[in-house]
Design a protein around this ligand. Structure first.
Ligand SMILES: C[S@@+](CC[C@H](N)C(=O)[O-])C[C@H]1O[C@@H](n2cnc3c(N)ncnc32)[C@H](O)[C@@H]1O
Length: 286
């Protein structure tokens, strides 16, 4: 028996109209709101899939005890907690998020949790940091160049900026039609509503250079949906939260459902995004 996707027709091809539901909003206001019943699990799956890679990158970049660190948009907060365990009691770890409801566990680890919007020009964290880290945050901010400038301004001389974001890979070119159309619709929805840029990370080496950073480097990690269970669950929960909006924009329910069935198949091997990490240091003599 052939797979379902070979039987489906795609009458909507070329007719996907995101403007039908176009609303300018910010990350977390509606899409990926912390009020959503699955958002805590979604963020934990993301952290479970990517924390080992971030930890490895940060240790390779010289993270050590006594560093002061700022984790921007920590989500589930597991990486902030780990930073506190590495930096130890002498280190001061702060975590800033516009919604801190999943960060209650961090107080016991000595993390200073700040509820603030990092795009707010009035917000300035106290002190200067040896490390400012932001993972999968800047790509969702329309004014990311200005935010990047602010993150750099919060570093000590010689401080390290580490920014990871998604680089969309494979979904929009998948040979599986339903998955390809669903992922194309998904990325367009995020771009047109939140302002997410699934390719902006490619500009970071240039932006870091223009901001005066030195020792710039980049690394990528490409998890496979179907092999990395937590990453696959993160994708499924992300699609689930966008389902109604994708339908409203013209993605047929049958195509969406077929994509979900495809993801449920244990033989499926697909891409969602690569996590690309860019880093650089401020000059030691300002
Ligand atoms: C995709 S999640 C990433 C979570 C975590 N960094 C990770 O990679 O597991 C984005 C996080 O950034 C936060 N965030 C989004 N916009 C923000 C803003 N303007 N100011 C502060 N935090 C923001 C969200 O609340 C959420 O916790």
């Amino acid at each position: 028996m052939g797979s379902l996707h070979t039987q489906t027709t795609f009458p909507f091809e070329g007719k996907f109209d995101i403007t039908a539901t176009r609303e300018i909003e910010h990350y977390g206001e509606n899409l990926f709101s912390a009020s959503h019943s699955d958002e805590g699990e979604r963020l934990e799956c993301l952290a479970g899939a990517l924390d080992p890679v971030s930890r490895r990158n940060l240790l390779a970049l010289g993270l050590e005890a006594q560093w002061t660190c700022l984790d921007v948009g920590p989500g589930a907060g597991t990486l902030s907690g780990w930073l506190a365990s590495v930096a130890g009691s002498a280190g001061q770890i702060a975590a800033v998020d516009r919604d801190t409801r999943f960060l209650g566990h961090l107080a016991a680890k000595g993390v200073n949790v700040i509820e603030a919007d990092i795009t707010d020009p009035a917000f300035h964290p106290a002190g200067r940091f040896d490390l400012v880290h932001a993972r999968l945050v800047l790509m969702h901010l329309r004014d990311r160049e200005e935010v990047l400038r602010r993150l750099v301004s919060w570093l000590k001389p010689g401080g390290l900026l580490v920014v990871s974001d998604a680089l969309a890979v494979g979904g929009e070119t998948s040979p599986h039609e339903a998955y390809r159309h669903t992922m194309t619709a998904y990325w367009r929805l995020l771009a047109e509503t939140i302002g997410s840029d699934r390719h902006c990370v490619a500009q970071y080496p240039r932006m870091f250079t223009e901001l005066g950073l030195r020792d710039i480097g980049m690394d990528t990690h490409l998890p496979v949906v179907g092999l990395d269970t937590r990453f696959g669950r993160f994708l499924a929960l992300s699609l689930d939260q966008t389902r109604e909006r994708l339908m409203a924009a013209g993605l047929p329910a049958a195509v969406y459902d077929e994509a979900i069935q495809h993801l449920d198949n244990p033989m499926t091997r697909e891409m969602f995004f690569a996590m690309a990490t860019c880093w650089g240091r401020t000059p030691t003599v300002p």
